[in-house]
Design a protein around this ligand. Structure first.
Ligand SMILES: *Cc1c(COP(=O)(O)O)cnc(C)c1O
Length: 355
């Protein structure tokens, strides 16, 4: 069945914001993409429409039982046109999240086609100032108005887009992270592996407590032993210990980050030893005591690399690399952002052209 995507252009275009004051997720482009799912009919009525409010029945299942998933990706303006970074990976992951949340499988080609059409209509919104990009937020919500606890019969898939500023306005700066020993984000067998709203709602209180104490994010430990390292806020985490880069293995409760995968691929390409395995907070502290904890950083689409300059755990502080960005962290950051800007060779074919 060939599904056609229609385009309805906005009659009145918005004024674009100052590219030097974008922040994150403050402004939205002129259009959005919508695709509907109806039980028995499948996904249908794909369309690019003016950005607008949507109307939902208050009984829509998403409001009550959290049946929803999302993705996060970016479009970059380069010398050579508009580019996306490994976009198919996001739609693949969206379907993995769907499977976990009992949301029907989405035709990845159709979703991608919708994104390309939306980007084409709103191409003027991809900013060009240094470090800026167009953040893309695909998401699905359960819309059936019924309070019975079972999977919704209807859904909306939408894509909204927001021009975002340079993550590091004054160069890459290490952050201070609080190791959370009371709350947990997810457990094996739960939904930690899915990009679904509940994981983020569940993490807000610990994040706020950490902020009150002067830390920018939380480092989560596993939900069973409160011992093994999981991830940082909405980033995966890496440690360089005595020349070896270690990151927690995908265990079902951490998110399978695309940046994480790109970093591992790069390290292997450079012949830097990298291990995906269980790593405990005790091992990390022991490495710090022995002077072997050389670098630590988080990875995610928003910041790409976020160096960690200090960890706090059980009232002790552990400063890493004198609170400065490590050499390897810098090299990874420069390489990935360079590939995204088209200024560094892309041996893996990660960049996809819009045109
Ligand atoms: C999105 C996300 C990440 C990073 O994934 P990327 O694909 O690299 O952006 C890591 N952890 C969590 C919890 C996330 O939601």
């Amino acid at each position: 069945m060939a599904l056609e995507i229609t385009i309805e252009r906005s009659a009145q275009l918005k004024q674009k914001p100052d590219e030097n004051k974008l922040g994150f997720g403050q402004y939205y482009t002129d259009h959005m993409f919508i695709l509907e799912y109806t039980e028995g009919k499948g996904w249908h009525s794909g369309r690019v429409v003016p950005y607008q409010n949507i109307s939902l029945d208050p009984a829509a299942k998403v409001f009550h039982y959290g049946q929803t998933v999302f993705e996060g990706m970016k479009a970059y303006r380069t010398e050579d046109g508009i580019k996306l970074f490994r976009p198919k990976k996001n739609f693949e992951r969206l379907n993995k999240s769907n499977a976990r949340l009992s949301i029907p499988h989405l035709d990845e080609e159709l979703a991608y086609e919708g994104l390309i059409k939306l980007l084409d209509v709103d191409r003027e919104w991809v900013p060009s100032a240094e470090g800026t990009s167009l953040y893309i937020r695909p998401f699905i919500i359960a819309t059936e108005p019924a309070l019975g606890v079972n999977p919704s019969l209807n859904y909306l898939f939408m894509i909204i887009m927001s021009p975002v500023g340079a993550y590091y306005a004054e160069g890459v700066n290490p952050v201070k992270i609080h190791v959370e020993s009371h709350f947990v984000r997810a457990v094996a067998g739960g939904v930690g592996e899915a990009k679904t709203a509940g994981n983020y709602a569940a993490g807000l209180n610990a994040q706020e407590e950490a902020k009150d104490r002067g830390y920018s994010q939380v480092l989560w430990l596993d939900g069973v032993h409160r011992k093994y390292i999981e991830e940082v806020g909405s980033m995966n985490v890496f440690f360089k210990i005595n020349g070896v880069v270690v990151t927690p293995q995908l265990n079902g409760s951490i998110l399978n980050g695309i940046t994480r995968n790109s970093v591992i691929t790069l390290l292997k390409h450079w012949d830097v030893p990298v291990e995906e395995r269980r790593i405990s907070i005790d091992e990390l502290i022991e490495a710090h005591r022995n002077g072997q904890l050389e670098e630590a950083f988080g990875t995610g689409t928003a910041a790409v690399i976020s160096p960690i300059g200090e960890l706090s755990y059980n009232d002790e502080k552990y400063v890493i690399n004198e609170g400065k960005t490590g050499e390897l962290s810098s090299k990874i950051y420069d390489t990935i952002t360079g590939i995204q800007k088209g200024t560094v060779e892309d041996p893996f074919g990660w960049l996809v052209s819009l045109d």
